[in-house]
Write a protein that binds this ligand. Structure first.
Ligand SMILES: [Zn+2]
Length: 223
């Protein structure tokens, strides 16, 4: 199996609602919010880890097929690890926990997505001129069904709607691969994310995103 070429898919991800991609516990500041979002350690800007976008694409695509563990049993809890030659999930995203497959390298590489220049300018202007943060803080409650009262309020950070991120997805195409089919699969994954959500609290309205200005190797494509 020889590496033949790279296919690079780029575009903009726009938040149509607030987006919550959780930060790790060590980023939680004293007196800060309960559910912070992930931020760049030096600039403080929110970003979308490539693993979040990749993981979501994988999970929405896995909903359309049967998913097997590394022993070939159907699983509902783990990502696919079947390692079979005709499994597009395992080939493109990697065979979960299966080290005995012969699929070669994981084909997809999803870069961390940072603010577009336009959004970064807006973000920095807000901080400079108004001293406000570009990050939305929202209170989340759970409602007690018996009493109808809100309980356990938690503060939740979100990237506000309107923010845009530059995304980049690279496909490593081997001589045994069909490049068009792989690109089609990625596009399908992105369409499913558009129809569902990205990040946390999707069933409560967070994480609606849209993709625009998509390009394949610099040439316009539609999703
Ligand atoms: Zn598989």
């Amino acid at each position: 199996m020889k590496l033949q070429c790279y296919k690079v898919i780029t575009g903009k991800l726009r938040c149509e609602s607030g987006l919550h991609i959780g930060g790790s516990a060590d980023q939680i500041e004293i007196g800060g919010v309960d559910l912070p979002i992930i931020k760049h350690p030096t600039t403080g800007e929110p970003y979308i880890p490539g693993s979040s976008l990749k993981g979501k694409m994988r999970s929405v695509l896995e909903k359309k097929v049967d998913v097997f563990d590394k022993n070939g049993k159907i699983t509902e809890t783990d990502p696919c690890g079947c390692g079979k030659k005709d499994c597009k999930i395992c080939k493109i995203f990697g065979a979960h926990k299966n080290t005995r497959h012969e699929l070669g390298a994981t084909r997809i590489l999803v870069r961390d997505a940072y603010f577009s220049n336009k959004t970064r300018d807006e973000y920095q202007t807000l901080i400079k001129e108004k001293g406000t943060s570009y990050i939305e803080k929202k209170m989340e409650n759970t409602v007690n069904r018996k009493t109808g009262t809100a309980e356990h309020p938690r503060s939740l950070e979100r990237v506000p709607s309107g923010a845009e991120f530059d995304i980049e997805i690279v496909l490593q195409v081997y001589d045994t691969d069909k490049a068009d089919e792989m690109v089609g699969f990625v596009k399908e994954g992105l369409r499913h994310i558009q129809s569902t959500y990205l990040g946390g609290f999707g069933s409560r309205g967070s994480g609606k995103v849209s993709f625009s200005g998509m390009k394949l190797d610099g040439k316009d494509i539609s999703l």
